[in-house]
Design a protein around this ligand. Structure first.
Ligand code: ADP
Length: 466
């Protein structure tokens, strides 16, 4: 019953059938009411002209007037009815059925009519109209008697019934036609959805290389286009996942290969002097340390790939956070003879995840120190407006070639592999930074010129947007 086809079938059917039902019912009903009204007014005028005739023919003194009686029978003949002529003493002077002649009538309606209130009833069940018409003297206005008229309305009933029968046949025929039409069109409406379902089923079975091509309605085409876009995104994600896995394996294997080479070369020689053992073991320890760093960076990256619900948001003084990061990095800067400058334009309090933001900013500052020139400088500045705070990390370093700037945020990408490796880089730092900034709904940009220096700007909303 939840089926779209069943629903649209019923909707179309009802939309088609209800107006027809309403109109046929309304037409037959209007005929019936109008016919009754017309019959009533015709009878009333017949009644009043009969009353005039009875008066003029002196019927109340002599009820044998041929002219009046002929007219009485003519009217009852035409309209299939019965007329009683009653005088003011309730004597029945004439009954066109010839049953009650000379009798006295005790009828509430007749008495009321003699007092001036005539009545009229329509009985649609038994198909008759009954009415009382006063016979009023032209000059004295005295009510001389009453005409009690009862007429059949069977012919109106017969025509109404016939109209109802014809309407029913018409209604049934159209109902069948509309049902067939609704059945056909509900199928046309739902067909593209069934095709879409089939296409999705095909994708789920693993045939991801095939495009979804469902025609028909514009909206369905749009769904199918969106589906294809989603498919493309999934494919891209899958290929970047595969690339990532292969890069990870490669990066993790490199230090292990070095360790193996170092160990093997020691094992292959005999009587190796202990200084050489020591030297090689120092190298082996370095490689292990490097392996450790790659694993740690990978773990940070995996953590940052999770959803926003993993954010631990608190209100933090960003000035203090930056000072802490700089304090940790100052020894490294000093070792490389790099001047570390910090500028703060205003105190900033913002809703951030302290650990993730520290990691992001410290990666940027560490890079600025690592990829710097001798006796260079690194300038870190903090500013804010009513919506965002901005951290700018500039350096006097080696810069990033323009063609490489699009890739530096990719995982494992390094402009100069040897230099990065020498300074303990893994190629994951900027991906970690970018992910952390994006999780804060922020943005990161790079401006750099080779051999002149680099500037990274980070913009983060002061109030966290979930
Ligand atoms: P790495 O661990 O190699 O530093 P990152 O992801 O942090 O990896 O950086 C990617 C690459 O971008 C680096 O290898 C380096 O070539 C380049 N890079 C990053 N920051 C700077 C900078 N401040 N100046 C020059 N080059 C940079």
């Amino acid at each position: 019953m939840k089926s779209m086809r069943v629903h649209s079938l019923f909707a179309l059917f009802l939309i088609g059938i209800l107006p027809i039902l309403f109109f046929t019912w309304e037409i037959v009903n209007t005929y019936n009411t109008t016919a009754f009204e017309q019959r009533q007014s015709a009878l009333l005028s017949q009644g009043s002209s009969l009353a005039n005739l009875l008066l003029s023919s002196g019927y109340f003194t002599d009820s044998s007037s041929e002219e009046a009686n002929t007219e009485l029978y003519r009217v009852t003949g035409i309209y299939e009815g019965r007329i009683l002529v009653i005088d003011s003493n309730l004597n029945i002077l004439k009954d066109t059925y010839g049953i009650e002649d000379g009798n006295i009538i005790i009828s509430e309606d007749v008495i009321k009519c003699l007092r001036g209130t005539s009545s009229i009833y329509q009985n649609k069940q038994d198909n008759y109209i009954e009415m009382t018409v006063p016979i009023t003297h032209n000059t004295t206005k005295e009510i001389m008697g009453v005409l009690l008229m009862n007429f059949s309305t069977k012919n109106i009933h017969t025509i109404t019934t016939m109209l109802y029968q014809k309407a029913s046949v018409l209604f049934l025929t159209t109902a069948i036609l509309i049902f067939v039409y609704a059945f056909f069109y509900s199928g046309v409406f739902t067909k593209p959805f069934i095709s879409l379902k089939k296409a999705i089923g095909h994708l789920t079975e693993g045939y991801m290389d095939e495009e979804v091509t469902v025609g028909g309605f514009y909206e369905v085409k749009q769904i199918s286009n969106s589906l294809n876009q989603m498919l493309l995104r999934i494919k891209n994600l899958e290929s970047s996942r595969q690339e990532f896995v292969s890069n990870v394996s490669h990066e993790l294997k490199t230090p292990l290969t070095s360790v193996k080479v170092l160990a093997d070369s020691l094992l292959m020689q005999e009587n190796v002097p202990s200084e050489l053992y020591r030297e090689f073991l120092v190298d082996i320890a370095e490689e292990i340390e490097r392996e450790n760093k790659i694993i740690n960076d990978l773990l940070s990256l995996v953590k940052l790939d999770k959803t926003a619900s993993d954010m631990n948001i608190t209100s933090i003084k960003i000035n203090e956070l930056l000072e802490l990061v700089l304090k940790r990095l100052r020894p490294i800067a000093k070792k490389n003879n790099i001047e570390l400058i910090y500028e703060s334009f205003r105190p900033v309090i913002a809703e951030v995840d302290e650990v993730k933001l520290s990691l992001a900013l410290s990666n940027l500052i560490e890079n600025a120190i690592k990829y710097n020139v001798e006796d260079g400088w690194v300038r870190v500045s903090l500013n804010a407006d009513h919506k965002y705070f901005y951290v700018k990390v500039s350096d006097s370093g080696i810069g990033i070639p323009e063609e490489a700037q699009d890739f530096i945020f990719d995982r494992f990408y390094r402009v100069d592999k040897t230099r990065s490796r020498e300074s303990g880089g893994t190629g994951l730092g900027l991906s970690i930074t970018k992910n952390a900034v994006h999780m804060h709904r922020g943005a990161i940009k790079v401006y750099s010129k080779e051999n002149e220096g680099t500037t990274f700007t980070v913009r983060v909303p002061i109030n966290y947007i979930a």
